[in-house]
Design a binder for this molecule. Structure first.
Ligand code: 5AD
Ligand code: SF4
Length: 519
């Protein structure tokens, strides 16, 4: 069987399988499930979460806005405020799509909105604090406009403590729904509009895959495409396996169809999204088809740029490296979160690799893709991290030569194993470590930027720069921000820019004449 036949066969088997699964679900059960409105959020519980691995996942292709909700938003406006990661940004695009199909129009003015949704993030405590601040700020508006619907969704609504706090202290909230309930937005809005009580719908079920959801994408140049949902890695510090549910992959043909559709609409770049994209396909029962295979198929599609995020080193296999080495539209920037440079800390984090394993993976990647740019995520101040263990993170940072890193101070999350550990590292020491790490990250980023001075790079032009409307901004293949002088006609295109100045986090340049049609 050749590659093309294999993917086709894979899709057919999987679809058959899913039709069977759906058929086996009693319709009464479905109705009961779909119309439950009771509060079912569970406190994050790692033992319970681990049991889910054998649970069935269903794929649904039958999303539709109920007739009685299709025009309910006519003449009204919605605003969605998004916190956190790209997954949330993309969920917002889906919710915007659903609300638009219900007749609502988007607004960025809080005072103008008839429905406000806060799409929240639970990854660190400060993310949650910001949301509670915003919930408080919205109270006077709700008092002034009682018909306004305020909803809280996203990762925080999957946490029992958050739901309890809102129920007790923030009665002006009309609606709380979880990450698995987004497709229920029309029904939930209806209940919120016509009911008196706060509507809470957070399923403890780990979630299905819902296809054919409408989307209003944020831009017309770059697009996100979900390839899988959830995470089964259970890193000991992380809330995501509890808030986003079990790993479940979309079928290859659904993803490929979405990418083809984006190409037809003129998109220049797609980022394949998942909490742990390297686990893509591991949940397929009948087929062997992983991220490498998917990238290989997307490689053949006529879209100039393909990225993926976020990777877990443990599942980054040889097949993926071999496919990425083909280059073309598969860009050689790899974001590969390491979290710590100490094998002892990595073990406590349950990352399932050592410092040496990570370095070996980096060697393999560099051998196959010599120009690969690596960036990472790092947590400092994990419970009881010693000075020596932190130093190992600093030396790893240098040894790998990361060109950028997102760095965080460890934040205990209720229900995660690490949060139960006593921690003897004072906050001041953690802050100091973050400061030292950031100095090093800045130094390495600046050094990598300097190498571009005088060189010509390909830039996908996104629009005006944030600071100066006469300057255009875009990103290189390696995801470096470039501000440059060029004609507005280059927006949405890939052009060549000569770099004249390197800063710590961006490059300045001038467009090379006559390159508007490079792509
Ligand atoms: N505290 C601090 N940082 C965290 N991350 C995940 N959970 C926590 C936590 N409890 C970081 C990791 C991850 C990134 C998205 O957020 O580095 O890769
Ligand atoms: Fe969280 Fe990422 Fe670990 Fe999953 S792999 S538990 S999302 S840090």
């Amino acid at each position: 069987m050749n590659e093309e036949q294999r993917i086709q066969q894979a899709g057919i088997n999987q679809v058959d399988n899913n039709i069977e699964r759906i058929k086996n679900t009693k319709s009464d059960d479905m109705i009961a499930k779909y119309f439950q409105t009771s509060y079912e959020a569970q406190s994050p519980d790692i033992k319970k979460a681990r049991k889910r691995l054998n649970e069935d996942v269903q794929i649904h292709y039958d999303f539709a806005i109920p007739e009685d909700m299709a025009t309910i938003g006519k003449g009204k406006k919605f605003l969605i405020r998004t916190y956190g990661c790209q997954m949330n940004e993309h969920d917002t695009e889906v919710m915007a799509g659903i609300l638009t199909e219900m007749g609502y129009e988007a607004t960025s003015d809080t005072n103008d909105a008839d429905i406000i949704l806060l799409n929240t993030c639970a990854i660190r405590e400060n993310a949650e604090n910001k949301v509670f601040g915003e919930i408080g700020h919205l109270k006077p508006l709700k008092i002034e406009k009682p018909d306004l619907i305020i909803g809280v969704c996203g990762c925080m609504s999957q946490e029992e403590s958050v739901v309890d706090r809102i129920l007790k202290k923030h009665q002006h909230i009309d609606l709380i729904f979880g990450t698995h309930n987004i497709h229920r937005l029309p029904q939930l809005v209806k209940e919120a509009l016509f009911g008196k009580e706060m509507i809470v719908e957070v399923w403890s079920k780990e979630g299905d895959v819902i296809e054919n959801l409408p989307k209003v994408r944020k831009g017309k140049i770059k697009a996100w495409v979900n390839i899988m949902y959830g995470c089964d890695k259970f890193c000991t510090y992380c809330i995501v396996p509890m808030t986003r549910g079990k790993e479940r992959s979309r079928l290859p043909q659904d993803i490929i169809q979405e990418v083809r559709h984006l190409v037809a609409q003129g998109y220049q770049e797609v980022t394949l999204l998942g909490q742990n994209v390297n686990a893509y396909g591991k949940d397929f029962e009948d087929i062997e088809y992983g991220l490498g295979d998917l990238m290989n198929d997307i490689h053949k599609i006529d879209i100039p740029r393909v990225r993926f995020t976020t990777s877990h080193p443990r599942d980054f296999d040889d097949r993926l490296i071999e496919v990425l080495a083909k280059g073309g539209n598969l860009l050689d920037h790899i974001h590969l979160p390491v979290q710590s440079g100490s094998s002892e800390i990595l073990k406590k984090m349950n990352r399932k690799y050592t410092r040496e394993d990570y370095l070996e993976l980096v060697r393999k990647i560099r051998k196959a893709i010599p120009n690969a740019t690596l960036t990472t995520d790092i947590i400092v101040g994990f419970p009881n991290e010693t000075e020596e263990q932190f130093e190992e993170t600093m030396t790893l940072m240098e040894e790998v030569g990361f060109e950028a890193a997102y760095t965080y101070i460890y934040s205990p999350r209720e229900g995660t194993p690490a949060a139960r550990k006593k921690d003897d590292v004072p906050e001041s020491v953690k802050k100091q470590r973050l400061y030292r790490l950031n100095e090093l990250v800045n130094k390495q980023s600046a050094a990598s930027m300097k190498t571009y001075k005088g060189k010509t790079v390909k830039v996908l032009v996104e629009g005006e720069s944030k600071k100066d409307p006469d300057i255009l901004a875009g990103y290189t293949e390696k995801n470096k921000l470039v501000n440059f002088k060029g004609p507005r006609s280059s927006i949405g295109k890939i052009v060549e820019v000569e770099i004249t100045e390197a800063k710590t986090w961006s490059l300045d340049g001038v467009m090379v004449e006559n390159t508007v049609e490079v792509n």
